[in-house]
Design a protein around this ligand. Structure first.
Ligand code: ATP
Ligand code: MG
Length: 554
C-alpha cells in the first residue's frame, strides 16, 4: 500500500491525547456495518478512517456485523461486505457479529432490571410516540414504569420465551422522560420479533436495539474509539449510560464525524436496494451504482478510492462533495499505468484508395506517452480502416479541423490522409469515405513540410476487434437541476447508460475483466468482468479524459 497521509484530523488528535494521558493503552477501532445491503462509497470513508487510524498507531480494527435486525439482513450481504473491505486493501483483526453477544446482552439487560434501570412496557408503538413529548414538552411516563423488579424479570423472561406477539411488549431503559434530549426519554432496549435470523436461526425472538447493542458490543471487544456519523451525536449520552449502567469493564468512547455525500447520487443502502429491487439497475454491482462493487466493476481502483477518502478528510460538519473530485483520483491513478490505445466507438469505414491492395504494415505506437517504461507496441495499418463517425462532416462549420471533402488530417501513429469522396447509401447517409494517403508523412519519420490541424484515431479494419462500449452519466440527478421535492426515483437520469458498438485494436483481443485502458480522446475504460469473455468484449467507461473533448479543436 502507498504511504499514508500524515495529515491530521480531529479524531487523530483525540487518539494522540488519549495515548498520552494513558486513557487508552492500545487503539482498537471497528467498522460496524449492518448486513442489510452492499457497501457504498460512504462506507469506504468510514472503513479508511477506522483502519488507517488503528494502523497509524499500531492498533487493531475489527470488522463487526451489526446484525440485530433479522428481517433485513442476509448472509449474501455478510459475504459481499467482507469481499469489499478486503478489496479496498484492509484486513481486520477479528471478525465479529453483534449476534455473538446476544446472551451477554440479555444478561446485562437482566442486570439493568435488577438495578431498577429497565422495565417492560406494554404501550403500542403509536402510544409510545405520542407520550414521548417534543423538543419543548417533556414526555409522559409509561404505566409500566413503576412495575416491580420481580414483575419486570418475569415479563422479560416471558418475552424471551416467546409468550408474546411482535410489538406487544418492549424493554425500556428507565432514564428520564423529562430529559431535553429525546433519545434519553426511556429508549427501547429490546423488541419482540418472531423472525428468522441469518446466524442465530430461531433461537431468539427478542432483539436488542442498536442504541443498546452498539455500545455494549464496543465494550465487549475493547474498542477504544468508536467512530460513527454525526446523526448519532444525540445518542452519545445513551451510549455512555448503557456502558456505565451495564457495568462494562471497558469504557469505549464515541466520536462523530460528517457523513460523506456526493453530488448526483444517493447514498443509503435503503435507496440503493430499492434501485436493485425495482430493476432500475441490474444489480448491486451495476457500474452506475455508488457501491464499492459497482465502482470496482466500473473500473475504479482501491488506490483511487483510498486517495479520495484521504483527500476529503474527516470533518465535523456535513457537506456534499462534487463527484468530479472522485473522478480526479481515478484519472490520477491510471494516468501513468494504463495502456493508451485506440478505440473507435461509432465506426465509419475509410478506404485509402492509393494504398496497395492486400498490403498490411506494422506501425509503432508508444504505450503511454507520459511513461516511457511502458514501451511500444505494433499496430497494423492497411487499405481499410475505421474512424469515428463524428470525425467526418460533409458541410463543416468553420474551425472544424477533422475530415471533410478535400481536407487533410493526421491519423494518430500513422499517415496524413485527405478526404476525396463520401459514399452514400440510398437514404443519403454517408456509409464510407474514400481517402488518399501521403506515404511521406509516416509518423516518426520526421516529416515536417506541412502542418495539419486535426489528429484523429482509427483502427485497421480487417483485424479490428468488435467491442461494446458502455458510457455512463449519473444515475440520479441532484434536486437542484431537477426542481425540488422530487423523490429520488423521480430524479433518475434516463440517459445514465448508453451503449455503442465499435472496435478496438487487435492486440486487445486477450484483454480480461478488470483490465484498464486509456482510449485516445474517449477516456479511461475497464473491461467488464461479467459481460466479457467467450469472444465478447465489453468496456465500461470509468471517466472521460480530464479536458472534456472540444470538437471544434480536434
Ligand atoms: P445506510 O443508510 O447506507 O444503510 P448506515 O449508516 O445505516 O448507512 P451501516 O451499515 O450502519 O450503514 O454503517 C456502517 C458504518 O459506516 C457506520 O459506522 C456508519 O456511520 C458508516 N457510514 C455509513 N454511511 C456513511 C457515509 N455516507 N459516510 C461516512 N460513513 C458512513
Ligand atoms: Mg443502517
Amino acid at each position: 500500500m502507498e504511504n499514508k497521509s500524515s495529515s491530521s484530523n480531529f479524531i487523530k488528535n483525540i487518539v494522540m491525547e488519549d495515548l498520552k494521558s494513558g486513557r487508552v493503552q492500545e487503539v482498537v477501532t471497528r467498522f460496524p456495518p449492518e448486513p442489510n445491503g452492499y457497501l457504498h462509497i460512504g462506507h469506504a470513508k468510514s472503513i479508511c478512517l477506522n483502519f488507517e487510524l488503528a494502523e497509524e498507531f499500531k492498533g487493531k480494527t475489527n470488522l463487526r456485523f451489526d446484525d440485530t435486525n433479522p428481517v433485513k439482513e442476509d448472509t449474501e450481504y455478510v459475504e459481499a461486505i467482507q469481499e469489499d473491505v478486503r478489496w479496498l486493501g484492509f484486513d481486520w483483526d477479528e471478525l465479529r457479529f453483534a449476534s455473538d453477544y446476544f446472551e451477554e446482552l440479555y444478561n446485562r439487560a437482566v442486570l439493568l432490571i435488577r438495578k431498577g434501570k429497565a422495565y417492560v412496557c406494554d404501550l403500542t408503538a403509536d402510544e409510545m410516540r405520542e407520550m414521548r413529548g417534543t423538543l419543548t414538552e417533556p414526555g409522559k411516563e409509561s404505566p409500566g414504569r413503576n412495575r416491580s423488579v420481580e414483575e419486570n424479570l418475569d415479563l422479560f423472561a416471558r418475552m424471551r420465551a416467546g409468550e408474546f406477539k411482535d410489538g406487544e411488549r418492549v424493554l425500556r431503559a428507565k432514564i428520564d422522560m423529562g430529559s431535553p434530549n429525546i433519545t434519553m426519554r426511556d429508549p427501547v432496549l429490546y423488541r419482540i420479533s418472531h423472525s428468522h435470523h441469518h446466524r442465530t436461526g430461531d433461537a431468539w425472538c427478542i432483539y436488542p436495539m442498536y442504541d443498546y447493542a452498539h455500545p455494549l458490543s464496543d465494550a465487549i471487544e475493547g474498542i477504544s474509539h468508536s467512530v460513527c456519523t454525526l446523526e448519532f451525536e444525540d445518542h452519545r449520552p445513551l451510549y455512555d449510560w448503557a456502558i456505565a449502567e451495564c457495568e462494562m469493564e471497558s469504557t469505549p468512547r464515541q466520536y462523530e464525524f460528517a457523513r460523506l455525500n456526493i453530488t448526483n447520487t444517493v447514498m443509503s443502502k435503503r435507496y440503493l436496494k430499492q434501485l436493485v429491487d425495482e430493476g432500475v439497475v441490474d444489480g448491486w454491482d451495476d457500474p452506475r451504482m455508488p457501491t464499492i462493487s459497482g465502482m470496482r466493476r466500473r473500473g475504479y481502483t482501491p488506490e483511487a478510492i483510498r486517495a479520495f477518502c484521504r483527500e476529503i478528510g474527516v470533518a465535523k460538519s456535513n457537506s456534499v462533495v462534487d463527484e468530479r473530485n472522485l473522478e480526479h483520483f481515478i484519472r490520477e491513478d491510471l494516468k501513468l499505468k494504463a495502456l493508451r490505445t485506440m478505440a473507435v466507438l461509432r465506426p465509419l469505414k475509410v478506404v485509402i484508395t492509393n494504398y496497395p491492395e492486400g498490403q498490411t504494415e506494422l506501425l509503432e505506437a508508444e504505450n503511454n506517452a507520459e511513461n516511457e517504461e511502458m514501451g511500444i507496441r505494433q499496430i497494423p495499418f492497411s487499405r481499410e480502416i475505421y474512424i469515428e463517425r463524428d470525425d467526418f462532416m460533409e458541410n463543416p462549420p468553420s474551425k472544424y479541423f477533422r475530415l471533410f471533402p478535400g481536407n487533410e488530417v493526421r491519423l494518430k501513429h500513422a499517415y496524413f490522409i485527405t478526404c476525396q469522396e463520401a459514399v452514400k447509401d440510398e437514404n443519403g447517409e454517408v456509409v464510407e469515405l474514400r481517402c488518399t494517403y501521403d506515404p511521406k508523412t509516416k509518423s516518426g519519420s520526421g516529416f515536417s513540410e506541412r502542418k495539419v490541424k486535426g489528429t484523429i484515431h482509427w483502427v485497421e479494419a480487417s483485424q479490428a476487434v468488435p467491442a461494446d462500449f458502455r458510457l455512463y452519466e449519473p444515475l440520479i440527478l441532484d434536486e437542484a437541476s431537477q426542481g425540488s421535492d422530487k423523490s429520488f426515483l423521480e430524479r433518475i437520469n434516463p440517459n445514465s447508460l448508453q451503449v455503442e458498438q465499435g472496435y478496438v485494436e487487435p492486440n486487445m483481443k486477450d484483454a480480461v475483466g478488470g483490465d484498464k485502458f486509456q482510449f485516445f480522446r474517449h477516456g479511461y475504460f475497464s473491461v467488464d468482468s461479467k459481460d466479457s469473455g467467450g469472444g465478447k468484449l465489453a468496456f465500461n467507461r470509468i471517466v472521460s479524459l480530464k479536458s472534456s473533448f472540444d470538437p471544434t479543436k480536434a
